[in-house]
Ligand binder design. Structure first.
Ligand code: GLY
Length: 572
């Protein structure tokens, strides 16, 4: 018998599901995949995790209880998300990690997917040179070479516990199952036809009846893939049986990922971006993510303005921030791409003189039309996932990882049980020409074999007086940097708590299209005032799912998970 209780307040939602289980071995007694709660905000003294799913957060906290550090937890959380949050958690996608060790060392790991060896610049164009966008979105050809597993092993250099201990919870939950939430049931039901169309073998997410909250999802093939990673390390994914299953799947569809592409994939350690903002130091991800650069530019554009006196989401504050967003995104499209393939002018576009110049035509009384700001734009999807972790030593880990669209390209690798990404669509399918969504990409992000597609993922850390202060990030495609920006400004300038900072209504401008997206609960008076100043306001569904940890001077870790999803915190 299954029972679901749902109670909701501003800060606490509880889903309790009981299930007559017999065989669960589990991630320790503390984590029961058949009975769990969504917790939105708490304060812990030793260890904190926020992620898109309560089970993943609980596994992360449990790993730290067993003696692991924030890196151990970040690995275990990602592996668990690959099981319990298949719309974005993954081993078939990629991501970025930004971390700071308690000794002051900063770390940036790039495990972004890359274009297969057989990829070519015009691979998504028909014979007349028109973009066939569906090919870069759905099915085998949309997938880049996955980077997540290599990223986990690169992260493992900083961890403490045996890898087997970090992956076992994910294996057990895949093998014996977990109960799904209402939003997951909805996701599986609405994506059913697409799973069937784009997979050559029936995935675990497809069943005859409609899914409902409290149903159990068992993923035996995925459990076996995870066991191969447990037993053979990185090679358990990039070589041997799993690699062969991926290539077999490619051959049953129209895919091009080869055994060599998989064998040659490497996660790359990059130099984290760092800049000062007033008393704070902000640490972010460099290209091929655009996130760190955009945050740098936008924060520096407001640094000399008395924004604290304007108030959160006031017309004055929003107008100023929209203008900074417009300018930073114009630069993103022109200048940013994979630095191993394109000379990104990083020093120039983050210099104080340059950033100051970008705001010379800023007018606080009216909108600057985007057509007066030069540069281009690229299109992205908004199904990604973020996790924030802090341990008792003060190690901070911020990870954003993605399949790109919800459930990636909707192709499950037959016999291996995991979804592939559709990250190829983050390249400019046709440089210099608007794609079907009106977005324009340029040379910096054109397709080349082995190149990594431009991202917006923005895992971010903040130090105050050189001490750990904030761990932050979100999914949301191109909206990621603006959501992180607004959350940082809410906390650093408007002195808001993590929960209030992330839950306050968000707005987004990305240069083109020249519109300001706002959430449904955005202040109607501010909307009217912005419209009167020449802004085109468009209300849309919510787009972010922020996870934030703030370390107080008394060493208490205040943590909050976004109200907008099943996101949940755990710790002790
Ligand atoms: N696919 C979303 C991003 O990388 O920004």
């Amino acid at each position: 018998m299954k029972k679901i209780l749902l109670s909701s307040t501003i800060v606490f939602i509880s889903i309790a599901v009981t299930y007559s289980q017999t065989s669960f071995v589990g991630a320790g007694k503390a984590v029961n995949p058949f009975h769990y709660e969504i917790v939105k905000t708490k304060t812990f003294s030793k260890a904190s995790v926020a992620s898109a799913h309560p089970l993943a957060s609980m596994v992360g906290a449990e790993i730290m209880k067993q003696g692991g550090n924030a890196f151990d937890a970040a690995i275990a959380v990602q592996l668990t998300l690959a099981v319990v949050y298949p719309s974005a958690g993954n081993i078939g996608g990629g991501g970025f990690l930004v971390a700071r060790k308690t000794n002051g060392q900063t770390i940036a790991i790039d495990y972004r997917e890359e274009a297969p060896g057989k990829a070519s610049r015009d691979m998504y164009l028909d014979k007349n040179g028109n973009a066939i966008t569906n090919l870069s979105l759905n099915g085998h050809l949309a997938s880049g070479v996955p980077g997540t597993v290599a990223g986990l092993f690169e992260t493992y250099k900083y961890a403490k516990l045996p890898f087997k201990q970090l992956i076992q919870p994910a294996i057990d939950i895949a093998e014996f199952g977990f109960v799904i939430t209402e939003s997951q049931a909805h996701g599986f039901n609405v994506t059913k036809e697409s799973f069937i169309k784009n997979s050559t073998q029936t995935p675990a997410f497809v069943q005859h009846n409609k899914w409902k909250a409290g149903d159990t999802l068992i993923q035996k093939d995925l459990a076996e893939t995870l066991k191969r990673i447990r037993d053979n390390g990185q090679k358990g994914f990039y070589e041997g049986k799993t690699a062969q299953l991926i290539v077999d799947e490619m051959q049953r569809g129209n895919g091009i990922i080869s055994l060599n592409d998989l064998k040659n994939y490497k996660a790359k350690t990059r130099t984290a971006l760092q800049f000062n903002y007033k008393d704070y130091k902000i640490i972010g991800m460099p290209p091929p993510s655009s996130g760190g650069v955009i945050i740098w530019q936008m924060m520096k554009m407001i640094e000399d303005k008395p924004i604290a006196s304007y108030g959160c989401n006031s017309t004055k504050a929003v107008q100023l921030m929209v203008e900074t967003e417009r300018r930073a995104y114009a630069d993103r499209a022109e200048h940013l791409g994979d630095p191993d393939f394109y000379k990104v002018p990083l020093k120039e576009i983050t210099s104080s003189t340059y950033i100051k110049k970008r705001m010379i035509d800023y007018d606080s009384t009216q909108a600057t039309p985007s057509k007066n700001i030069t540069a281009g734009n690229v299109k992205e999807h908004d199904e990604t996932t973020h996790l924030s972790v802090m341990d008792k030593e003060g190690n901070m880990v911020s990870v954003t990882t993605t399949l790109n669209g919800g459930y990636g390209c909707r192709t499950v690798v037959g016999g291996a049980g995991f979804l592939l990404n559709n990250e190829m669509d983050d390249f400019s399918v046709k440089p210099g020409v608007p794609n079907m969504y009106g977005a324009i990409g340029r040379e910096a992000n054109a397709i080349q074999p082995g190149k990594r597609m431009l991202s917006s993922m923005t895992p971010t850390l903040v130090l105050k007086n050189n001490k750990p202060y904030i761990v932050c990030g979100t999914p949301g495609g191109t909206t990621i940097p603006t959501s992180v920006y607004q959350t940082l400004v809410n906390m650093l300038e408007f002195n808001m708590s993590p929960a209030d900072a992330i839950n306050s209504p968000k707005f987004h401008h990305q240069w083109l299209p020249d519109v300001v997206r706002v959430e449904k609960d955005f202040n109607p008076t501010v909307r009217k005032e912005l419209s009167a100043m020449g802004y085109n306001i468009v209300e849309t569904n919510s787009w972010c799912r922020l996870e934030v940890i703030k370390l107080h001077t008394n060493k208490q870790q205040e943590i909050a998970a976004d109200k907008r999803g099943d996101d949940s915190v755990a710790g002790f």
